[in-house]
Ligand binder design. Structure first.
Ligand SMILES: *Cc1c(COP(=O)(O)O)cnc(C)c1O
Length: 425
């Protein structure tokens, strides 16, 4: 059978009930699982057989939903985490520890920037931030002998820059490290980074995947394509025995298809425990069933709003990669020809103060620290999500003081535009 379309995968993949089993994914609301003999359980603890024993590490509901996301991305293995923050932390920390170095695009989500530049730095991982449109020479110059990965966002939140995935993947591979791409804003409906050379994909499932503002969550998917065994010393955690699991070597036991996710589950989930609750995983699974239908509408609404804003004399500038004329439109056309995301950034004439006044007058769009929801919402990043950053860091992250992040929901575009019009007036 030909490969299924993304819509069919959204609806069907991840869970196939057998005869007489529930049609919808069962919520396995259980912390633990029963075994007849201690010997059987011991095998699970040694990773010698497959099975569930404690929901801090793995749960069947989560695994069905993770399998759906892995299918959507075209990966070999996936896992859910309690948040997008946990997903990005695990994805990086699974291969980069104290004394290691990572190259990251500077145009990333504020929370991820803080995780990298402050918290992971305290753990001994150094980051070099490069502009997403830096030259290949600048990119090459950022690598060090101890570099373990390159990181970027398909469409950056909130700067809406588009990552040149192929260029970043080429550079990463030339230096013998994987490219990790946070694909939250594009979702696999609009962009599948593995097709362009990315090796690991992460998600804040809190956004479009859940889509209804119902549950915080994250996901990691491995393409299974990065050959860790070519650099066994650089990726020693994957290629040499793990003493905390009776000497299992992840790449040998689980192959390239399973090594990365198994190690992240067995070590990081065991020790940090940032698991998604099965209830939230169920809600996420429901959201994913309509992701392809919703993304289309989010993108249509955003394009209509971006067009309106770009023609308004009360608006200083508009950034939407789906809008012809946008600085990143060409890259968006290459990587996301069917649509980008539902988020539009713009500056109201009059700067920061005018932006805050405008937002206060919106009636449909609510002011929220959230994006990518069925209900339209907006935010002023410089005074909220990005307020820990200096002006220089804000500029590097592509966030100007007047930037309003406007996340188009699933309402009628005409109503959103009328709301914006009255607030601008
Ligand atoms: C929201 C977001 C995150 C963080 O995810 P949480 O689920 O809020 O922890 C990471 N990356 C991007 C691109 C995001 O938009």
């Amino acid at each position: 059978m030909a490969e299924q379309g993304i819509g069919t995968k959204c609806v069907q993949s991840g869970y196939t009930p057998k005869n007489g089993e529930p049609r919808q994914i069962p919520i396995i609301q259980s912390t633990t699982f029963r075994y007849e003999t201690g010997a059987e359980m011991a095998k699970l603890f040694d990773l010698e057989s497959n099975g569930y024993f404690y929901t801090r590490l793995q749960n069947p509901t989560n695994d069905c939903v993770a399998a759906k996301i892995a299918a959507l991305e075209g990966g070999t293995a996936g896992m859910l985490t309690s948040s997008g923050q946990a997903a990005n932390f695990y994805a990086v920390f699974n291969i980069a520890g104290c004394g290691d170095h990572v190259v990251s695009s500077s145009s990333i989500y504020g929370g991820t920037f803080n995780l990298f530049a402050v918290t992971m730095k305290r753990m001994g991982v150094e980051f070099t931030f490069v502009s997403p449109d830096c030259s290949r020479e600048e990119l090459d110059a950022a690598f060090r002998p101890n570099t373990k990965a390159v990181f970027g966002e398909t469409i950056a939140n909130p700067a809406l820059t588009v990552l040149d995935i192929e260029r970043f993947a080429d550079a990463a591979h030339a230096h013998g490290v994987p490219l990790i791409v946070d694909n939250t804003f594009a979702t696999p409906v609009n962009c599948r980074p593995f097709a362009w050379g990315a090796d690991i994909v992460t998600h804040s499932t809190t956004k479009y995947m859940d889509g209804h503002g119902a549950g915080v969550g994250g996901a990691i998917v491995d393409s299974g394509k990065f050959d860790w065994t070519r650099w066994p010393e650089k990726f020693a955690g994957l290629c040499t025995p793990d003493e905390s699991y009776h000497g299992v070597t992840y790449t040998e036991r689980f192959g390239l298809a399973g090594a990365f996710i198994t190690k992240a589950t067995a070590q990081l989930m065991r020790d940090f425990g940032s698991i998604q609750s099965p209830q939230n995983a169920f809600l996420l699974g429901l959201g994913l069933e309509s992701l392809h239908v919703r993304m289309k509408r989010h993108c249509e609404n955003a394009l209509a709003v971006a067009r309106y804003l770009s023609e308004s004399d009360k608006v200083a500038w508009v950034r939407y990669p789906g809008l012809p004329g946008d600085e990143f439109h060409a890259l968006a056309q290459k990587y996301m020809p069917e649509g980008t995301c539902g988020v539009v950034s713009f500056g109201v004439k009059g700067g920061r103060e005018a932006a805050e006044r405008f937002m206060g007058r919106l009636k449909i769009a609510a002011i929220e620290t959230h994006v990518a929801d069925a209900r339209t919402c907006c935010l002023h990043p410089a005074s909220t999500t990005h307020r820990q950053m200096s002006d220089a860091e804000l500029a590097a992250a592509g966030v100007s003081p007047d930037l309003v992040r406007y996340s188009c929901g699933l309402e009628d575009a005409g109503d959103l535009i009328a709301d914006i019009e009255q607030a601008l007036a």
